[in-house]
Design a protein around this ligand. Structure first.
Ligand SMILES: Nc1ncnc2c1ncn2[C@@H]1O[C@H](COP(=O)(O)OP(=O)(O)OP(=O)(O)O)[C@@H](O)[C@H]1O
Length: 900
């Protein structure tokens, strides 16, 4: 067996020999020129003969006339004699050598006559492609002995082909192209070669016998008016293939495939039928670019009557009449005839057989499980995150979050499959990257619980190990989105600091410099993120600034945003400040998505159901990859993967924030060992409780303000239960005062619980309340004073002789108590009523407050000069502690049921 290199060399040598012989024969006149300086006529004559070629010169009337002159007749005879001499030297060996060469370089369907292979399905895996593909036969014109030899052209991975038809000779060219394509398609296992067909004159009708190939996606027919799109698709494809080859450490797709022994990415043959005229400038440039870069990416062009210059390997076949042509393979003076093509019905049946084989072998449609790797969690996120999300004709289509595409924007109308897409993507990523490589923060502003299953639930105790935070039903709690962004900017700062210390700039370098550190990539998914910008308020303002910051700096620190929305167009905040939009270079368009791709890129409109356009080039056309997204929401898909992952990796459960439910006090982690009174859960990434500081310093009293009784009671009870838990029974005293009959039952129950625990309780429901307690005692005392304003009737009574009211005593208690560990937690049903109780200057003794259904403007007076921006909403409150806050925290009162 000859080595591939050797075989190729022999092929080249034999071709060279043929070319040399012909050149010499035809160029004999040139050789004679030096010796024939004597007559200018002879020189010109020889030149003319050389330019025309012998056979044409013989028919040329002017040459014939010149040959009548004796001097030139001698020159003519000499040219013929020299040519004959040289040809005789080549003839006995040459044709035979060429036959052997073609037999070797074009094996099987690449070179044999069609009856030997047509209708059979190829089996070659495509590690390498034949060097040559037979197209016809040739004879040397004017040769003394007419010896035919086969002509074959290089194509896949080697060259492009240009064919120029003769007038009225299109059908011959069509047959030639059709036969060539059939050879290629029949050589390999179906699916390894894809043909794109564009005909300037027709939408359908060209190469009719190959139409059955469209069924398997092996042939794509392009709109005659959309050559731009086809060229852009190819340019995008070439770029992606180059990037893929580079990742494998190779320079061309061919070397990747040779190394693997199989074709990892189908060849593309782009067949363009033109009308002989140059394409418009822009298209011509794009075509030349595809020609220049395509070969290494497995893209070959067959240009029929489309001018194309040779800036890359290019062979030509130029028809001089409908049957005869010259070719760049054989040079001038050699007449080429295309092989006879098979009968149309045979060709079309063969095409159908190839397509059916592919369809049969693809088997069932690809599913969610096909997105998963054979082994879980083996990938490193050092340089990027990469996972398939769908399939294009059975071939996986990936998304990449990395330096070039740090963030993603996903758009599609309701029901178009955005959430499903997110699940497909999260599944692909979670199956590849272990929790030490990837952390997920998932937020859904939609009403509903789309991500809830990723956190442990009542029905399914499993969770997604990579998930750190799951936020559902956040539609009314925009602060939670803000909190997530704030958390991400803090993490950014932490990473930037660490990078600075290590004197590096990127996550990949940081991981190298600090191999022991925990530096996973973070992906924050925000579904319906436009809700963040849902008002002309402080939250929108802050969200815009934070989102911009994360988008800009996240790239180098491995923090990636995945933003999904029904309507990108509607996000006003974007249009003034395009930074976020521009940083999202990965664009995903679901069917009928608007604005997410560039304005001239309409791919989303014609997208079938359950498909998406995946575009890593900011939405420009050449970045389009259309993929079918498998169902990742049905039972047995993502949920099953989650269980597997959960069983594989030990990881803490993600925090779950569910805006539709009040968190249970008993479940709050801060309730295990309270450090002070718990007021509610802060709307924050940590899902921590708001805990008030109760040092023995002045002002450490708390006011709960508002008429929302259930919420007020919940807060007062949370305070009581957490304090009761904080201190051993008997080490503190409680005062539980409530003068409102309607609340008596509930408050009495609270007192009873405290007593049952073993605490001493001073429980009062009537005018005894006015007797108050001393501002200091043996043990710390917590006074829970419900509806203070309702006790005013008794507090305001003035006592003779000093005529001092109990209200004055209460003010003194608030003023002096805290320094002696006597703290009051009072509930007032309005700001005005509270001020009445406190009197002039008394507000200072209330160091912290929780406001319920009270407008922000009313609270400014008690907020140490801060402007409070708060519109009340059910089951939410704000907590402001003058000693620590510059703006209040939004909190959710705990559900205290079952706490006892
Ligand atoms: N690729 C798919 N294959 C099969 N079914 C799908 C696919 N994508 C989505 N579906 C189904 O379509 C329905 C809507 O999908 P999904 O919830 O993902 O849409 P959406 O764009 O997020 O809509 P919305 O914004 O209204 O929630 C779901 O019932 C889902 O199971």
């Amino acid at each position: 067996m000859l080595g591939k290199g050797e075989r190729r060399q022999r092929a080249l040598d034999a071709l060279d020999e043929l070319r040399k012989a012909l050149r010499l024969a035809l160029g004999a006149a040139a050789a004679r020129r030096q010796n024939a300086q004597t007559t200018k006529d002879q020189l010109e004559f020889e030149q003319s003969v050389m330019q025309l070629g012998l056979s044409r010169a013989r028919l040329d009337p002017h040459i014939t006339e010149l040959r009548g002159r004796p001097a030139l007749a001698r020159t003519w005879d000499k040219v013929i004699a020299e040519r004959d001499e040289l040809y005789r030297g080549w003839h006995p060996e040459g044709p035979g050598k060429l036959r052997a060469l073609v037999a070797q370089a074009a094996d099987g369907a690449a070179g044999l006559p069609w009856p030997d292979w047509l209708g059979k399905v190829g089996t070659d895996a495509g590690g390498t492609a034949p060097e040559l593909w037979r197209v016809g036969t040739a004879v040397v014109e004017e040769a003394p002995v007419h010896d035919e030899f086969p002509v074959a052209v290089p194509l896949l991975d080697r060259a492009h082909l240009r064919v120029n038809s003769a007038q009225d000779g299109r059908s011959v060219v069509d047959s030639l192209v059709e036969s060539l394509l059939l050879r290629v398609m029949s050589y390999f296992r179906p699916g390894l070669v894809k043909v794109h067909l564009w005909d300037i004159g027709h939408l359908t009708g060209s190469l009719p016998n190959l139409q059955p190939l469209t069924a398997g996606g092996l042939l794509t027919i392009h709109d005659p008016t959309r050559l731009d799109d086809l060229l852009a698709d190819m340019a995008g494809h070439i770029r992606r293939v180059h990037a893929k080859a580079m990742r494998e450490g190779e320079t061309s797709l061919r070397s990747v495939c040779v190394a693997k022994g199989e074709r990892v990415e189908p060849w593309r043959i782009v067949v363009l039928f033109g009308n002989g005229e140059r394409l418009p400038d822009e298209q011509q440039r794009e075509l030349q670019r595809v020609a220049r870069t395509g070969i290494d990416a497995g893209v070959s062009l067959i240009c029929v009557d489309v001018p194309l210059s040779a800036n890359s390997p290019l062979e030509t076949i130029v028809f001089t009449d409908p049957q005869n042509a010259t070719t760049s393979m054989t040079g001038p003076g050699v007449r080429f005839r295309p092989d006879d093509a098979p009968d149309g019905s045979l060709a079309s049946r063969a095409a159908a057989t190839i397509a059916q084989d592919l369809i049969a072998r693809r088997g069932k449609p690809r599913t969610f499980d096909d997105l998963l790797p054979p082994r879980l969690g083996t990938h490193s996120s050092r340089d990027e995150l990469r996972a398939p999300v769908g399939f294009a004709e059975g071939v996986p289509v990936e998304v990449v979050l990395g330096d070039a595409t740090p963030h993603a924007l996903i758009a599609g109308p309701s029901g178009s499959g955005k959430t499903n897409f997110l699940y497909a993507m999260l599944g692909g990523l979670a199956a590849r990257y272990a929790p030490s490589e990837l952390e997920l923060y998932l937020l859904d502003f939609k009403e509903g619980v789309s991500f809830a299953g990723l956190a442990p639930g009542r029905k399914d105790p499993s969770w997604l190990p990579q998930a750190r935070l799951v936020g559902v039903n956040v539609n009314t709690d925009r602060e939670f989105g803000l909190a997530l962004l704030r958390f991400l900017t803090e993490e950014l700062a932490r990473r930037a600091d660490a990078a600075k210390r290590q004197e590096v700039t990127k996550l990949a370098e940081l991981r190298e410099a600090d191999p022991e550190g925990h530096w996973p990539r973070i992906v924050a998914v925000i579904d319906e993120f436009q809700a963040l910008f849902g008002g002309r308020d402080r939250i929108t303002q802050q969200a815009t600034v934070l989102l911009e910051d994360v988008a800009r700096r996240g790239r180098s620190q491995g923090i990636h945003l995945v933003l999904a929305s029904q309507d990108i167009a509607g996000i006003e905040a974007f249009w003034g400040k395009p930074a976020v939009f521009e940083q999202c270079t990965l664009r995903i368009a679901m069917p009928k998505a608007r604005r997410v791709l560039t304005e001239t890129n309409n791919a989303a409109f014609s997208l079938p159901r359950w498909h998406a356009v995946i575009n890593h080039d900011s939405g420009v056309h050449h970045g389009n990859q259309v993929a079918h997204i498998p169902d990742a929401s049905a039972k047995g898909t993502f949920d099953r993967l989650q269980t597997r992952l959960w069983e594989t990796w030990q990881s803490a459960a993600p925090k779950l924030f569910d805006g539709a439910h009040q968190p249970l006090l008993a479940d709050a982690s801060d309730f295990d060992e309270p450090t002070g009174p718990l007021l509610g859960q802060v709307i924050d990434v940590g899902c921590r409780a708001a805990v008030m500081d109760i040092d023995a310093v002045p002002g450490r009293n708390l006011a709960v303000i508002g008429t929302a009784t259930a919420d007020a009671l919940a807060i007062m009870e949370s305070i009581t239960f957490s304090l009761a838990r904080r201190h051993p029974a008997g080490s503190v005293d409680f005062s539980i005062w409530c003068a409102v009959p309607a609340l008596r039952e509930r408050v009495t129950r609270l007192a009873k619980i405290l007593t049952a625990i073993g605490h001493s309780v001073d429980h009062r429901t009537d005018e005894e309340i006015a007797d108050l307690v001393p501002a200091s005692g043996e043990r710390p005392r917590y006074i829970l004073f419900f509806a203070v304003d309702s006790a005013h009737q008794w507090l305001e009574r003035k006592q003779p002789p000093a005529m001092r009211s109990k209200l004055d005593d209460l003010r003194a208690l608030l003023k002096n108590g805290p320094a002696n560990h006597v703290h009051t937690f009072g509930w007032w049903r309005g700001v005005g009523r509270m001020k009445e109780t406190l009197g002039f200057g008394g507000v200072d003794d209330i160091g912290a407050w929780v406001a319920l259904d009270v407008q922000g403007a009313e609270l400014n007076a008690i907020a140490a000069g801060q402007i409070i921006d708060w519109s009340p909403r059910p089951k939410r409150a704000i907590f402001f502690d003058k000693s620590i806050h510059s703006s209040p925290d939004v909190i959710i009162p705990f559900d205290t049921v079952g706490t006892e």
